[in-house]
Design a protein around this ligand. Structure first.
Ligand code: ZN
Length: 239
């Protein structure tokens, strides 16, 4: 009986002790979590004042890697861009598409003949500019943008594009969209020939490019038909 009473008393004491230990436990967890978050931020951003209210934008600016601004940014990632086309255009610009010359340098293929002209080695520079197939298509696209010039090589053409494809005029928008779409559809045609034995003539690919650009421009309601844009609107069947 005595032992029973002692145990009962012990139980009461333990219960009180537990109450004390777990009082405000949820608030203490929240406080400790905030303490841990602050500590992590201090490690990640030692130069930022922790007393200032932090916004996600501030944190993003601190943790993201910074790189120099590039002059081709507005050509590839222009405001009205078509994501899929711009992505391939970006890969081509960085020369990261698996063209045959690159595959050969990795020892993956031995044959590098261009599949669109069968006359030349496939490289980024050849496929998109040196090749007679691409040359015809790009020249027609320039004409559709009201520009009469004969493209020479990849570097000079892209340098020209950076210079003349700037701005928000209808012509510059069409020019940038045409370029990115041109890269995408040429690459697609190359893959269709290589892997599916399916061929399209230049005129068909040109029509696909023009339709992609036309739909995008119409979709954005960007076009205002006036005396200075009438010719372009007629050429692209927009407005
Ligand atoms: Zn070729």
């Amino acid at each position: 009986m005595r032992l029973f009473l002692k145990l009962k008393k012990l139980k009461v004491v333990l219960r009180e002790l537990n109450k004390e230990c777990y009082a405000d436990i949820s608030q203490r967890v929240v406080d400790k979590r905030k303490e841990l978050d602050d500590l992590q931020l201090q490690v990640m951003m030692p130069n930022v004042d922790m007393d200032v209210k932090l916004h996600l934008s501030v944190i993003w600016k601190v943790i993201r890697p910074f790189a120099c601004k590039v002059d081709w940014n507005r050509v590839v990632w222009c405001p009205l861009y078509i994501p899929r086309h711009s992505f391939f255009s970006w890969l081509a610009l960085l020369n990261r598409l698996p063209t045959k010359d690159r595959l050969q340098s990795w020892g993956l293929v031995s044959e590098v003949t261009c599949v669109t002209c069968s006359d030349g080695s496939e490289s980024r520079d050849h496929l998109f500019m040196g090749c007679s197939y691409a040359h015809i298509i790009w020249k027609e696209l320039l004409l559709a943008c009201g520009i009469s010039r004969s493209p020479t090589d990849w570097l000079s053409e892209f340098t020209w594009l950076i210079r003349y494809g700037k701005g928000t005029t209808l012509r510059s928008v069409l020019l940038r969209l045409s370029w990115n779409s041109f890269i995408y559809w040429i690459w697609r045609e190359r893959n269709a020939r290589l892997f599916c034995n399916a061929f399209k003539v230049e005129h068909d690919v040109l029509a696909l490019i023009k339709e992609s650009v036309r739909i995008k421009v119409l979709d954005t309601k960007f076009v205002v038909v006036n005396s200075s844009t009438a010719a372009l609107c007629s050429s692209w069947n927009i407005g």
